[in-house]
Design a protein around this ligand. Structure first.
Ligand code: ATR
Length: 276
């Protein structure tokens, strides 16, 4: 029931029309009896949007492409981890002060740690963009041994130096023997879903393979990993868990991750069948 007490939340980004966050949060609000609504705002000017959030008393927003980095310097306060990562994906409006957080790294670490103990593990991290930065930071906290590989080697080098990891050229991927592989690039994302970031020959039975891409849910990389009897973690795991953490920051309530995942799987299934 939307009434005069309903509190407003949302996502700011551009584009945002394909975001699953409104579904994720609105279902959780309803399930948990929170009188709140979450909308998608396709933002043109970030500073204007932030002023609007304050002016209208919007309680919190998710931040997505292309604003996660730019927003860091525009907030009243940024939580330490988000500052170190250099990216904010969650803003809390606390009595008119905008406070930035990063829940992407929690989401990724929780998704991985359901399946594998990361401490001391040899991890191949593909990518050096915003998502890879958040995941790399988490892996350092967990004490993993990480090799970063990225299409632009200079970005891999920079991130590896910052985190105390090593980097290698993309073409040398076949020479590595990791226990965990994480694709934090957009390779394999619809409509280029016939692509995989590397040849399947490097996949071995028992490896853990996580993909952050969730359109499609079964990326070529994850299909090939399944064929080789690897443990696979799909992109919805991270999405669901970063969202659950946002919800907790905003409301102080911990939502049911299993239910969030069910809603997201259903939404993607409907998309695939053209019924949404
Ligand atoms: P995000 O915030 O989702 O991480 P991003 O910061 O734009 O987005 O990063 C995208 C990542 O995917 C980068 O690592 C990018 O590689 P570059 O740094 O070389 O640009 C990687 N990526 C995107 N398209 C790619 C492609 N076709 N082949 C290989 N890597 C690709």
């Amino acid at each position: 029931m939307i009434d005069a007490r309903t509190e407003l939340y949302g996502i700011i980004g551009n584009p945002v029309r394909h975001s699953l966050s409104p579904l994720l949060h609105n279902r959780a609000f309803r399930r948990m009896g929170v009188n709140a609504l979450y909308l998608a705002f396709e933002v043109i000017d970030l500073k204007d949007a932030l002023r609007g959030i304050k002016g209208l008393g919007i309680r919190g927003v998710s931040v997505t492409i292309p604003f996660k980095t730019e927003v860091v310097s525009l907030l009243d306060e940024v939580e330490e981890t988000a500052r170190k990562i250099g990216a904010v994906n969650t803003i809390l409006n606390r009595e008119g002060r905008l406070i930035g957080y990063n829940t992407d790294w929690h989401g990724a670490m929780e998704a991985l740690e359901q399946r594998v103990n990361l401490s001391g593990k040899k991890v191949l991290l593909l990518g050096a963009g915003g998502a890879a930065r958040a995941i790399g930071f988490g892996l350092r906290e967990k004490g993993s041994q990480v090799v970063i590989v990225n299409r632009s080697t200079d970005k891999a080098k920079k991130l590896a130096e910052e985190l105390g990891f090593v980097y290698q050229p993309w073409l040398s991927v076949g020479t590595l023997d990791p226990e965990v592989i994480i694709n934090a690039t957009s390779v394999g994302m619809y409509p280029d879903d016939q692509e995989s970031p590397f040849p399947k020959e490097i996949l071995r039975e028992g490896m853990t393979v996580m993909d952050i891409v969730y359109r499609p849910l079964r990326t070529r990389l994850l299909q090939e990993a399944k064929e080789k009897d690897c443990l696979t973690i799909d992109g919805l795991e991270m999405l669901a868990r970063q969202g659950a953490r946002q919800f907790e920051i905003w409301t102080g309530k911990r939502p049911d991750v299993k239910k969030i995942k069910e809603n997201l799987y259903e939404a993607l299934r409907n998309e695939a069948m053209g019924t949404s």
